[in-house]
Write a protein of this length. Structure first.
Length: 93
């Protein structure tokens, strides 16, 4: 995700209401998040849909890695060859 630019990527909700279409175009063009503020405090983050989906996919991979690490520490891991053989057996149907 491109780095946040504090001078242009933080807007009050009132400005978003007045310029929603333009700000959505801005989010799509820059691929940067837009932070919306309300009463001077952060209230919401808007992301381009593709960027949001990319983040969700990355999060899934990281969760899978964390789960695998826990399983390894708990002694529930199996050798790669055994896993590969089991998958081949299952999908031969």
């Amino acid at each position: 995700m491109p780095r946040l630019k504090i001078d242009s990527d933080i807007k009050p909700v009132s400005e978003f209401r007045a310029n929603a279409a333009e700000l959505i175009d801005y989010i799509r063009a820059t691929r940067r998040p837009l932070i919306l503020t309300q009463r001077g405090r952060s209230a919401a983050v808007m992301l381009d849909v593709e960027e949001y989906e990319r983040l969700l996919e990355e999060l899934e991979v990281l969760r899978d890695i964390r789960t695998a690490e826990k399983q390894i520490k708990a002694g529930r891991a199996i050798p790669n060859r055994s896993a590969k053989a089991e998958l081949q057996r299952r999908f031969r149907r």
